[in-house]
Design a protein around this ligand. Structure first.
Ligand SMILES: [Zn+2]
Length: 215
């Protein structure tokens, strides 16, 4: 799918994103990110938070971004009151645990529709897609995950991976090799630069100010 709202163009780094956590794999992912000095964005599922509060706090505490991925991984395409409730509930949970109000959203399954976009925007969230799909959830082998990133990542790319939702040993095994490789075919730094996180944060502040001005 296309990436309409990512750091593309203005930011030339590669952004790593992890969906469907926090889970028992999240700490391993965070260990690698910390060791490699990479920041990433975690799109968390609200119902996972209660059991994994420390992991969520660690994500934020170590300089990563956290985004909303609904409460039960519900399909948001049709909009409606249940989707609205889940968006609000998940953002509130993240805020309660970390004091961080998420400004990014990733639709489960990646489908964007006018109905869902209206709900998302009204909550001050910005929908973030991806352009590099590692398909790590299909367990294609860690070599395949690494190769997909090295082959497809371009300046400004957003890479989709998962730290929850199923067995993620392959993702964990692939991650150090992905991040060690400093140069993709076009010499892209395969590190999620601090600037990318900062830019997304700035983008969200801008969005909130704009929404506030409108109100
Ligand atoms: Zn998901």
């Amino acid at each position: 799918m296309s990436t309409e709202n990512g750091p593309r163009a203005a930011d030339r780094g590669v952004a790593l994103t992890f969906d469907d956590g926090p889970s028992s794999y999240t700490n391993q992912v965070l260990d690698i990110l910390k060791r490699e000095r990479i920041r990433a964005t975690f799109f968390v599922v609200g119902e996972n938070i209660d059991e994994r509060r420390a992991d969520l706090r660690r994500e934020i505490g170590e300089g990563n971004l956290v985004g909303n991925h609904t409460f039960t991984h519900i399909d948001t395409a049709g909009g409606g009151s249940e989707v609205a409730k889940q968006l609000t509930e998940t953002s509130a949970l993240i805020k309660r645990e970390t004091d961080f109000t998420p400004c990014l959203f990733r639709p489960p399954g990646g489908t964007k529709t006018p109905q869902s976009t209206a709900l998302i925007n009204r909550r001050g969230l910005k929908s973030i897609g991806w352009d590099v799909d590692t398909q790590d959830y299909t367990q294609p082998g860690s070599d395949s995950i690494v190769q997909t990133v090295l082959r497809d990542a371009r300046p400004g790319s957003i890479v989709l991976m998962h730290d929850g939702g199923g067995p993620r040993e392959q993702t964990v095994a692939a991650l150090p090799r992905t991040s060690h490789c400093r140069a993709a075919p076009e010499g892209v730094p395969l590190r999620h630069p601090r600037q990318a996180a900062r830019r997304w944060r700035t983008l969200c502040v801008d969005l909130r100010l704009r929404l506030r001005d409108k109100a």
